[in-house]
Design a protein around this ligand. Structure first.
Ligand SMILES: [Zn+2]
Length: 234
């Protein structure tokens, strides 16, 4: 299987598996993209649009506008060559480096994302950035990683000065992961990164640390890979 990437940007990547279509309409597959502090993410829920074959470059220019900092456009000369040889292939179910005829036209962070699993993509309720669905939810709002860190570790975050009891501990904020530099920017220092141990043990470790460290405001986060204890920066 082979595909040719036309371009991409903040929210989407567009590719074709043929260089011309029926009645001059070229089928283009639109793949959702999101950006996280860990890199780019390829979304599921691909869509197909039809683009006038004589205006592919115009369509690409309008779709991936220069105002979009993530925009990249592939030179389309190769597509003309592919048209001449009657190139046509199946639309793959997922993307991989090996399929992409013009891999060199893609930014490195998109190439890095190709091997990772496809994930559902949503929009951040605060900034409208594309982000991984359900990875960062705060007060029932879908947020991007950046806004989640700002909300949870900012002045109005769920800081606590008292020791947790076990019931309170089962209700600590949950998220995909914590990025210590983003927490730092928001006003929190990371004290402990704990792997995926059971909640009883995590509770004991957190309680012991909070007790020994004494005065301060703390937040524990339950993540996909374990537990993180942070303290509000004085
Ligand atoms: Zn956001």
């Amino acid at each position: 299987m082979s595909i040719f990437v036309l371009g991409g940007g903040e929210h989407m990547l567009a590719f074709v598996t043929q260089a011309s279509g029926e009645k001059g309409q070229l089928p283009v597959t639109m793949v959702p993209l999101a950006w996280s502090p860990l890199g780019a993410v390829i979304g599921d829920n691909w869509q197909r649009v039809l683009v006038d074959e004589d205006n592919v470059s115009g369509w690409v220019d309008q779709t991936f506008v220069p105002e979009d900092e993530r925009a990249f456009l592939a030179p389309l000369g190769e597509l003309d060559l592919l048209r001449r040889v009657g190139w046509k292939d199946e639309v793959p179910e997922r993307l991989s480096e090996e399929q992409i005829l013009n891999l060199g036209d893609l930014p490195d962070d998109v190439i890095d994302a190709l091997g990772s699993p496809m994930l559902p993509i949503a929009r951040c309720a605060a900034c409208r950035r594309s982000c991984v669905k359900d990875e960062f939810i705060w007060q029932e709002r879908q947020l991007c990683a950046w806004d989640w860190h700002r909300s949870v570790f900012g002045r109005r975050g769920p800081w606590r000065t008292e020791a947790y009891n076990r019931a309170q501990f089962s209700g600590v904020p949950a998220a995909g992961y914590v990025v210590p530099p983003l927490a730092e920017e928001a006003g929190a220092e990371t004290l402990m990164l704990l792997g995926r141990v059971d909640p009883e043990l995590a509770y004991d470790a957190v309680s012991m640390l909070m007790e020994r460290l004494g005065d301060g405001s703390y937040i524990t986060v339950s993540t996909d890979t374990g537990w993180v204890l942070l303290r509000e920066r004085a």
